[in-house]
Each structure stands twice: as C-alpha cells, then as structure tokens.
Design a protein around this ligand. Structure first.
Ligand code: PLP
Length: 356
C-alpha cells in the first residue's frame, strides 16, 4: 500500500451542479469555467461531466487545445484573450472565442491572416479595475471591431468584483448599461455569485466556475447549503500514527499546541505539500471515521495532527476526510483565512486522484 492520501472527483456532483446552474439561469447559455485545470479537479477528468454545457471558458491555449483534441466542438472562450499576437494563429486554427480588453488586441486582429472570422468578447471594466475598456471607451472599441472582416459574432463581457453582496452588482450594472447604450448587444456578465443571486445579470451567457465544483462563491457554505450544489472533490487520507499526550505536552513544529490534560491524538498522512493549507490553525474541522473533530498544532509538510478525544474507536488506518461532503472545503478554507477556490486549485500534483 502506498501513502493513503487520495482526492476523489465525483462526476455525479459535477453533473448535478451544472443542472442546478441550468435551473438558476434557465434562459441563458452556460460557459462552464474550467480555468486553472478545472479549479484543480483536472480538465480531462471533468469535461465529460459538463458535456451538457454550451461552452467552456478558460485561460490557457493548452487547455483549449486539449478540449479540441478530445473532440469538443462547441465554443471555447479565452477569458483573458490572447497575451501575444502570435497566439491568433492557434485561436484561428482551433476556432476559439477570444476576449478583447485592450486596443493592441484590436489592431492585432485587424492585421491577422485568419481562415475565417472569429467570435469576440469585448471585455469592459465595470469597476473591478483589472482588465477591460472603460464604459465610455466600449462604443469606440466595438465599432472598430464590428468593421473588421476578421470579426464574426460579438458579445459584451464584464466581471463583478463583489456579486456575493446583496447590492454588489448595482453600480457595475449601471456601467454595463452605459457601455451598451446604442449597441443592442449580447451580454455575458454573471460569475457564480451573480448566477445564483442576481438573476437580472444573466442575459445571454452566464459564466459560473466555483459553484460547478460545489463550493460557495461567498466562502460561506451556508450561503449555498439549500441550493442542492454538491462538493465535487473529497480529499481523504488515513491515520498513520497515534500519540497519547500528557498535560503540557506540545504537538508539532513550534509546539504550537499544548495538551491541557491527557489526550489522544492521531497523525494524518496529509500536509501542506499535498495542498492542505499551512495556515490552518488548531481547531480546523476534520472527520475521522465519520466523527467530526479538529486539527491540533501546526500543519507540517507531510502530516497534520488531529484530536481523537471524540473518536474512541479511531486507530491506525482510520479514514480521515480533510474536505468533501462532511467537512466542507469552505469551512476548512475560512478557518485558514482563505477561500475554497484557493484550496481546490492548490491540490498538489503528488496527490493521486480517482474519479467516481
Ligand atoms: C474565473 C472567472 C469566472 C468564474 O468565477 P466564479 O467566481 O468561479 O464563478 C467568470 N468570469 C471570469 C472572467 C473569470 O475570470
């Protein structure tokens, strides 16, 4: 037997989550966002579970090419467009939809030798101030692109900075409407939070990511607990050692935890080199043999220690769930001061992955 840690990808959960997106945005088409290797789940492992989607959205040409090589014929959207003009040759060859957020990209498209016109997403800055044209610049960019023989269908695209807030889309939506005036354009605005909580943003295409993987865009599992969304990844391992502490004994590097009384603890084969967050403090939730307990002491590279006080029958070989259906990735992430997104994406290459 090798080291017992394993990540399990649940294809039924992926399918179910896409079906829930479809219900939530019944009149829109869906870009399933599979950037960052499908949020750490593996594009190759998940894309077939999403085959009911209308398109895939991602960042890397490599990821787009992989999908085309697997036989995906429907649209693929490059969320950040091309980074260098020479990528247009591949975008053309693989028939990718590219976003355009800067004037140099318009010039590059105008000058490219393409086999057929490309579908374009014009990315505007609706207030997040990362990528995109200012609202008052959109009309001009749009007309320049519209006039090009190299451009086919065009869509206006924006991205929300705080769609998990009740009023979080109000001002950005005003900026979108300002930009769209006189264009009579298709729109794609909604990330997961807007797909779930702001139906007025849905328009032609929604772009959910995190909810397809069954974690909350707000970082709080309670916010999606009643939605039917299911965690698509379980990270599990086993207890590989037991220690019986006396009052005053320290645990792990820096002795960051000390027992205040006699206490039984277990060593779990999972550490930060597997992608478990090193900042997870004592008290981070974990399941041992189906019993909820908590971590104690610092997370080390290859191990974490867990309190076995509530787990009388636990011993070497006991099953441990680091995150999954019982321990939500959102709860582990918030204990560690981060979000489920980061933990999923940080799943380390050394962790074996199985799909079920
Ligand atoms: C990542 C991303 C999304 C998906 O965001 P989620 O919060 O995971 O739903 C949508 N649109 C753009 C432009 C993105 O970069």
């Amino acid at each position: 037997m090798s080291r017992p840690i394993v990540a399990t990808i649940h294809t039924a959960a992926l399918r179910q989550n896409l079906a829930i997106v479809r219900q939530a945005a019944a009149n829109s088409r869906v870009w399933s966002v599979v950037k960052a290797n499908a949020y750490g789940h593996g594009i190759d492992r998940v894309w077939q579970s999403f085959s009911d989607t209308d398109g895939f959205a991602l960042l890397n040409l490599e990821e787009a090419i992989l999908l085309r090589e697997r036989g995906w014929k429907k649209p693929i959207l490059l969320l950040e467009g091309f980074f260098h003009r020479d990528e247009l040759e591949i975008i053309d060859r693989y028939r990718l939809t590219t976003s355009v957020h800067s004037n140099w990209q318009i010039k590059a498209i105008a000058e490219a030798q393409l086999s057929a016109p490309l579908d374009i997403y014009v990315k505007m800055n609706s207030g997040m101030n990362r990528l995109g044209f200012q609202p008052e610049m959109v009309y001009n960019a749009w007309q320049k692109l519209r006039a090009l023989d190299n451009v086919a269908e065009m869509t206006l695209m924006a991205h929300f900075a705080e769609a998990e807030q009740p009023e979080g889309v109000t001002v950005p939506m005003q900026r979108v409407e300002q930009a769209a005036e006189g264009l009579n354009c298709r729109r794609s605005l909604a990330n997961s939070a807007a797909t779930m909580w702001h139906p007025e943003t849905h328009f032609d295409w929604v772009r959910p990511g995190i909810i397809l993987y069954g974690a909350s865009p707000s970082g709080q599992w309670q916010d999606i607990a009643g939605s039917g969304l299911q965690p698509a990844m379980t990270l599990s391992s086993e207890i590989i050692g037991i220690q019986n502490l006396q009052a005053g004994d320290g645990v792990g590097y820096g002795s960051r935890y000390r027992a205040s009384a006699a206490q039984r603890i277990g060593a779990v084969a999972c550490g930060y080199a597997d992608g478990y967050p090193r900042h997870a403090p004592t008290g981070t939730p974990v399941m041992v043999d189906g019993v909820r307990t908590q971590t104690v002491g610092a997370v080390s590279m290859d191990m974490i220690m867990v309190d076995l006080t509530p787990c009388d029958r636990a011993g070497i070989g006991s099953k441990v769930e680091l995150w999954g259906n019982a321990v939500k990735i959102d709860d582990v992430a918030s204990a560690a001061g981060t979000v489920g997104y980061e933990l999923m994406c940080a799943l380390a290459p050394r962790v074996p992955v199985v799909t079920e």
